[in-house]
Design a protein around this ligand. Structure first.
Ligand code: UDP
Length: 415
C-alpha cells in the first residue's frame, strides 16, 4: 500500500497564485491531487524551491500535505531559464530531507515538469523507489506550434525532457494525444506511458446565478461578456480574442453598446517582456473601452467570472489539457477554443462549445458574432457544458493516479 509520496515541483510553488508568471494549471493539479490523496490516507510532501527568505522550511497546505521549501540558489529574481544551474543544490536539499527520516520513507517520487524530473530521477535511484513523471507541456510540441514572434524552447530543455522520458518508470499523459506524442516524438516506451485525465473541482465550479455574479463584478445585466482566463503570453493568444472582438464590432457596430471582453490573468513567459502589449493592442484597434483587464484571481472569484460570462474563449496555440475550459463548462458557460492538444478532449465540439481550426481572428469573430445573437444556442451549449465537464472530477484523476503509483511500485501492468 502506498503511504507517502514525494511530489516535486521545482520551478513553481503550490502556494503561488495561479494565473501569472510560472504558476498555472500545474500548480492547481498538484494541490488538488495532493489534497485528495491525503484524504485517502496517503501523505504527500511537495518539494519546491524557496523563493523568499521569509518562507519557513515547512508549510502545511492541508492535513497530510506538507510543502517543503528547499533553499537552492538566490531566493528572488531567478528566471526559470536559470534554474538548471540550481538543480544540483535542489537535489542535495531533497536528499537531506529524506535522510532525516527512517529509510524507505517515501514509496514513490512524482515529479512535475522536466526541471523536477531531473532531481526526481536522482532521488528515485538513491531511494530505490520508482519515478512517476508528468510533463505538463512538451518542448517539441510547443516549438511546433509557436505563435508568431514567440521564443522557441531551448535545446537544453528538449535534452532534459528526453533524459527524464528515458529514465521514468511511468510517464503520465493528460490525454491519449499527449501519450502518442511522448511515444512518437520522444521515443517513450508505450508500456510506461499512462493516460490520466486531469479534473475540475466540481464543488467550486458549478452553475450559479448569472445576474448575481454580474452585480458582484460590476458587469451590466444585458452585456454580452466574452472571457479569457489564464497567463498572458503569446502561447495562450489572448490577442486573438481582442482582434476578434474588434472585427465583431466592425461588422456589427450596434454590439458595442453591450460587448464586454474580460481578461483575467497576469504576464507570463515571453509575455513578461512586454506586459502592456495587450492593452496597447486594444487601444490601437479602438476597443480599449470594451476590454477590461483584471489581475489574477483566486479560484472562488474565477468561478464568479465564469458564471457571469456568456462565453469563455481559449484561443491557445497549444494546450496540454486546458483546465480553464473545463472550469468554465462546469459553471455552465460554453467555450470557444482552438482545436489543439488537450482542448480537443476538454471541449465537446458542437455540444459544450465550438472548436476552431487555426488561429485566424476572423474565424473567432464569425463564431462569437453568431453566438451574440443566438441566446438559444448559447443556452443549449451551456447545458451541454455542465454535462461535458461533469465527467472530469479530481477524484477520478486520483483513483487513476493511485493505480499508476501502485503499478510502478509493485511492477504491475496498469489496466
Ligand atoms: N487560474 C487562477 N487564477 C487566474 C487565472 C488562472 O486560479 O487568475 C487557474 C485556473 O483556474 C486554472 C489554471 O490557473 O486552473 C490554468 O490552467 P490551464 O490548464 O488552463 O493553463 P496552464 O496554466 O496549465 O497553461
Amino acid at each position: 500500500m502506498i503511504k507517502r509520496v514525494a511530489t516535486l515541483s521545482v520551478h513553481t510553488s503550490p502556494l503561488d497564485q495561479p494565473g501569472t508568471g510560472d504558476a498555472g494549471g500545474m500548480n492547481v493539479y498538484i494541490v488538488e491531487t495532493a489534497k485528495r490523496l491525503a484524504e485517502r490516507g496517503v501523505e504527500v510532501d511537495i518539494f519546491t524551491r524557496a523563493t523568499s527568505r521569509a518562507l519557513p522550511p515547512k508549510v502545511e497546505l492541508a492535513p497530510g500535505v506538507m510543502v517543503r521549501n528547499i533553499q537552492a540558489g538566490p531566493f528572488e529574481e531567478l528566471d526559470k531559464s536559470e534554474l538548471p544551474a540550481e538543480l544540483c543544490s535542489f537535489t542535495s536539499g531533497l536528499l537531506r530531507v529524506e535522510a532525516s527520516h527512517e529509510p524507505g520513507h517515501y514509496d514513490v517520487v512524482h515529479s512535475h515538469y522536466w526541471l523536477s524530473g531531473q532531481p526526481g530521477w536522482v532521488a528515485a535511484h538513491r531511494w530505490g523507489v520508482p519515478l512517476v513523471h508528468s510533463m505538463h507541456t512538451l518542448a517539441k510540441v510547443k516549438n511546433a506550434n509557436l505563435a508568431v514572434g514567440d521564443k522557441p524552447e531551448p535545446v537544453l530543455r528538449v535534452a532534459g525532457e528526453e533524459q527524464v522520458v528515458a529514465d521514468a518508470h511511468k510517464l503520465i499523459a493528460n490525454t491519449a494525444d499527449e501519450a502518442r506524442e511522448l511515444v512518437d516524438m520522444y521515443g517513450a516506451d508505450p508500456g510506461r506511458v499512462e493516460t490520466v485525465v486531469p479534473g475540475v473541482n466540481l464543488r467550486l465550479f458549478r452553475p450559479g446565478d448569472k445576474q448575481a455574479a454580474r452585480r458582484r463584478l460590476d458587469l451590466p445585466a444585458g452585456a454580452f461578456v466574452l472571457l479569457f482566463v489564464g497567463r498572458i503570453q503569446p502561447l495562450k493568444a489572448p490577442d486573438i480574442l481582442v482582434r476578434a472582438a474588434a472585427r465583431m464590432l466592425d461588422h456589427d457596430p450596434a454590439l458595442r453598446s453591450r460587448l464586454v471582453v474580460a481578461i483575467v490573468g497576469g504576464p507570463s513567459g515571453s509575455g513578461r517582456e512586454r506586459p502592456e502589449e495587450l492593452q496597447k493592442l486594444a487601444a490601437r484597434l479602438g476597443i480599449a473601452d470594451v476590454v477590461r483587464f483584471e489581475p489574477p484571481a483566486p479560484q472562488e472569484e474565477l468561478a464568479r467570472w465564469y458564471t457571469a460570462a456568456d462565453v469563455t474563449v481559449v484561443p491557445s496555440h497549444n494546450e496540454s489539457f486546458g483546465l480553464v475550459a473545463v472550469e468554465s463548462q462546469a459553471c455552465g458557460t460554453p467555450v470557444v477554443a482552438s482545436a489543439v492538444g488537450g482542448l480537443r478532449t476538454a471541449v465537446g465540439h458542437g455540444v459544450s462549445g465550438v472548436l476552431i481550426d487555426g488561429h485566424d481572428p476572423r474565424d473567432y469573430a464569425a463564431v462569437l458574432g453568431r453566438l451574440a445573437h443566438e441566446p438559444h444556442l448559447l443556452e443549449r451549449y451551456g447545458a451541454g457544458a455542465v454535462r461535458h465537464a461533469g465527467v472530469f472530477g479530481w477524484s477520478s484523476t486520483v483513483d487513476r493516479l493511485l493505480e499508476v503509483y501502485n503499478c510502478a511500485v509493485y511492477n504491475r501492468v496498469c489496466v
